[in-house]
Ligand binder design. Structure first.
Ligand code: FE2
Ligand code: FE2
Length: 258
């Protein structure tokens, strides 16, 4: 018997369904197969499925053969592709985070049109700066994508998160709140715990972080290609020295605000 689904990606409930199906039909072994188009390639979805069924030795992943389609899981898979990684099967959540799977989908689902363009701009520049200074370009790209993920939340929504998780920052301007709420959102929904990313996101508005990734994200946020204000001088400084560049950019941003 083969059960098929898109498994884009495989969910916790799909695994439960497969196990229940085996039990109800008194099957000793069962086969599962990735079928149809997905955001992730078939090869990657198969690998994730393999990982998810690993603890169950009577569930096997196959690549060929006619099967019966599992129905009713489409919405849940879509939820995961929008960042609700806690719905994903055990054992694959970490892989989704580490590989940045669905990060662009999550960002696009969470942001306005303008913010999407900006976030891609930040991700591209952060990646370029990381490559230039010898840091991990993928991590830099990921933090660029996610840094403004809660920017669209209204005041009440952000305030609710702030009151519980960041009450010490409630007095600061509302414009800064999204730096903190974004960190809470990716931790809780995606299970993302990479400190390089979280730290850089946390400090991206005030520019008060100290790690190389903080400087990279801060500068990329201010200087990405879609910024329409004059910042040629700042862009040059960004590629002279990572630390001094960030200080230069922050000073000129503060001057501008004043
Ligand atoms: Fe921001
Ligand atoms: Fe931003």
């Amino acid at each position: 018997m083969i059960l098929t689904c898109t498994f884009d990606p495989v969910t916790k409930n799909e695994i439960s369904f497969i196990r229940k199906y085996m039990k109800e039909h008194r099957m000793k072994d069962i086969y599962v197969k990735v079928e149809g188009e997905g955001v992730l390639s078939k090869r990657i979805r198969q690998k994730l499925l393999q990982k998810a069924v690993q603890p169950y030795r009577h569930i096997h992943v196959c690549k060929e053969g006619e099967g019966m389609a599992m129905q009713g899981f489409r919405d849940e898979e879509e939820m995961i592709r929008r960042g609700h990684f806690y719905l994903a099967a055990d054992g694959i959540k970490k892989i989704l985070c580490e590989n940045g799977f669905y990060f662009t989908n999550i960002m696009e689902a969470m942001c306005t049109k303008e913010r999407i363009i900006h976030s891609y701009g930040v991700a591209d520049m952060a990646k370029e700066l990381a490559e230039f200074y010898g840091f991990d370009p993928e991590i830099a790209y990921q933090m660029g994508l996610l840094h403004d993920i809660t920017k669209r939340f209204d005041k009440q929504e952000n305030e609710k998160i702030m009151q519980i998780y960041h009450p010490e920052w409630l007095d600061i301007s509302e414009k800064v709140w999204h730096s903190f709420t974004a960190v809470t959102w990716v931790k809780q929904n995606m299970g993302l715990h990479d400190h390089r990313i979280l730290n850089a996101m946390y400090h991206h508005t005030l520019g008060d972080g100290h790690s190389p990734y903080c400087h990279i994200l801060y500068m990329a946020d201010k200087l990405e290609i879609n910024r329409t204000y004059e910042c040629e001088r700042e862009r040059k400084e960004a590629y002279k020295d990572l630390y001094k560049g960030a200080v230069f950019v922050r000073d000129s941003a503060n001057r501008h605000i004043k």
